[in-house]
Design a protein around this ligand. Structure first.
Ligand SMILES: [Fe+2]
Length: 303
């Protein structure tokens, strides 16, 4: 493990490894630059390092309840990235370090993934994050980033490329010991957004009190989010039917696109109501602070 001697202390991971303790929630991780790479290499393709703690491997993709999570281990090093895995046990001083350098091969493997990724995990940052960041603010907190930021080489250029190919909804990283967030905009290659797609990047700080080392996000799979949206849409349509004139039917785009039951004379009026309903629906989405109360009022109207 490549760490100064003062940090080489036996802490609590052995309790999880031996089964005396169990992680309270499913924990998924990638390797960084302070791992026991000789152990992680035994799980090159990923696997359970302890109950409820899963290593994504040197690179990998998993699917949890419809949520697709991909990741790559290690950090970027320009001279080792194009090499194979030449390290052999016992690792010497140089191999202890080269063992955690990300190989370009892992990036290329992930770049071939065709299905959309929801969450990407890396230890290193994609260099594009530095390029998109507020230079003055970032260098005020971390002055020693200045040279790398000016040279556009803070982090890994390969991860930047990969981010633009995979276009995950979220990208989580670490390594630079700062809580930092940036939105990365891409030209949508999946065709399910109008024009562009955004990756929300977030890096966490070191786990020290009063530092931003933890965040909690609620992320749904694309499938679930889509179904929920359709359910809301259907519910709103059916609820508003009672406010429409009795001589026409409100037609839902979702489940009755070819419904021919609407009388011709009412079509124009129906379209008007339909537009109103859509506007109401999107207004509810745009005004989150009011939406909960308004939705409750809507549901009371239904009952
Ligand atoms: Fe690190």
């Amino acid at each position: 493990m490549a760490v100064p001697m003062k940090y080489k202390k036996m802490k609590d991971f052995r309790k999880y490894y031996s089964g005396n303790k169990t992680a309270p929630v499913l924990t998924i991780f990638v390797g960084g630059n302070h791992e026991a790479m000789n152990y992680l290499k035994d799980l090159y393709y990923g696997g359970w390092v302890a109950e409820n703690i899963y290593f994504l491997g040197y690179s990998g993709v998993i699917n949890i309840d419809g949520l697709r999570i991909a990741g790559v281990s290690g950090i970027h090093n320009g001279s080792d990235c194009k090499k194979g895995y030449f390290e052999d046990y016992p690792y010497d001083r140089s191999e202890i370090r080269s063992a955690f350098h990300t190989r370009q091969y892992e990036i290329m493997k992930l770049s071939l993934v065709k299905e959309p990724i929801d969450i990407f995990l890396s230890h290193d940052w994609p260099t594009v994050v530095g390029d998109l960041s507020d230079f003055r603010m970032l260098t005020r907190i971390k002055p020693f980033f200045k040279k790398d930021l000016q040279n556009h080489c803070l982090g890994s250029p390969f991860l930047s490329n990969l981010c633009d190919i995979l276009q995950p909804r979220f990208w989580f990283a670490a390594h630079l010991h700062i809580h930092w967030e940036v939105d990365i905009e891409h030209k949508d290659r999946f065709g399910d957004h109008d024009g562009s797609r955004v990756t929300h990047f977030m890096s966490l700080d070191k786990p020290i009190i009063n530092r931003g080392f933890m965040d909690i996000l609620s992320i749904q799979s694309r499938e679930k989010a889509k179904n929920e949206e359709i359910d809301n849409y259907k519910r709103l349509y059916s609820s508003m039917k009672k406010f429409c004139p009795s001589n026409f039917e409100v037609v839902s785009d979702v489940d009755a696109q070819s419904d021919s039951s609407m009388p011709e004379e009412a079509e124009g009026e129906g379209e008007f109501y339909k537009i109103c309903l859509l506007l109401s629906y999107y207004l509810l989405k745009i005004l989150p602070s009011f939406s909960t109360n308004m939705l409750i009022n809507f549901s009371q109207l239904l009952d």
